[in-house]
Design a protein around this ligand. Structure first.
Ligand SMILES: [Zn+2]
Length: 226
């Protein structure tokens, strides 16, 4: 009579396989629970985010409780300073519309060149008038300059003192309370655009802009300097 015993190696493999299966199962359950918990937290965060946005919308847009425009009182006589015809719609269109649609706000625009680098100065000037008509600026509120030192050219930096003087004259003669223009990079890095920023910066630096009345809003920076 023979008695057979199981092979020890066979027992080890079977037990090992069972352990691995159990461990994998537990790991899957824990991972699944983690996913459920995370989804729950994300869901709560999304709901809170939406509720917060709705609350801010009601407070800011509907009730006007919060205002980010600290110098709104200054925006009674606004002067937009641009370098070329077409800047008004390319860079400032929505902002101009915002102010021309406001009650008790008078909008002016000065353009420091006729944009004649392509030999189309008079055409572009007329286009500027028509564009401003759509934007709500009357023709007698538009000043187009044609200065020999301020050519329409990508690679020409305009003399800051000339730019500053032209702008300063209009601030004084029109009783301007707010200036809106390009930031230091001219939005598109066009040298003519940048020159306007530095012209106005020199006016501020030399205290030639009346601080109590005239706010300066640089394009994109939304920075009020008064
Ligand atoms: Zn331009």
């Amino acid at each position: 009579m023979y008695i057979t015993f199981p092979d020890f190696n066979e027992i080890d493999h079977r037990l090992l396989l069972e352990d691995i299966c159990e461990w994998s199962h537990n790991l899957f359950l824990r991972f699944f629970q983690y996913l459920v918990d995370t989804a729950g937290h994300l869901g709560i965060a999304c709901i809170l985010y939406v509720l917060l946005n709705i609350l801010l919308y009601i407070l800011i847009i509907r009730w006007g409780v919060v205002s980010f425009n600290r110098n709104a009182r200054n925006f009674k006589r606004v002067l937009f300073v641009i370098a070329h015809p077409d800047d008004e719609c390319m860079f400032f269109g929505p902002t101009i519309l915002n102010y021309t649609r406001k009650e008790n706000c008078t909008v002016y625009l000065m353009c420091l060149s006729t944009g004649k680098s392509y030999g189309m100065g008079s055409v572009r000037k007329n286009e500027l008038y028509k564009s401003c008509q759509v934007l709500g600026i009357p023709q007698n509120h538009i000043m187009v300059h044609n200065h020999t030192l301020l050519p329409d050219a990508m690679d020409v930096r305009w003399p800051i003192d000339v730019v500053a003087e032209l702008i300063s004259k209009n601030i004084d003669s029109l009783g301007i309370t707010a200036l809106i223009t390009f930031d230091r990079y001219g939005v598109s890095n066009h040298y003519n655009h940048c020159s306007i920023y530095y012209g106005i910066a020199s006016l501020i630096f030399n205290e030639k802009i009346p601080k109590d009345n005239c706010g300066v809003k640089r394009f994109q920076d939304v920075l009020f300097l008064t």
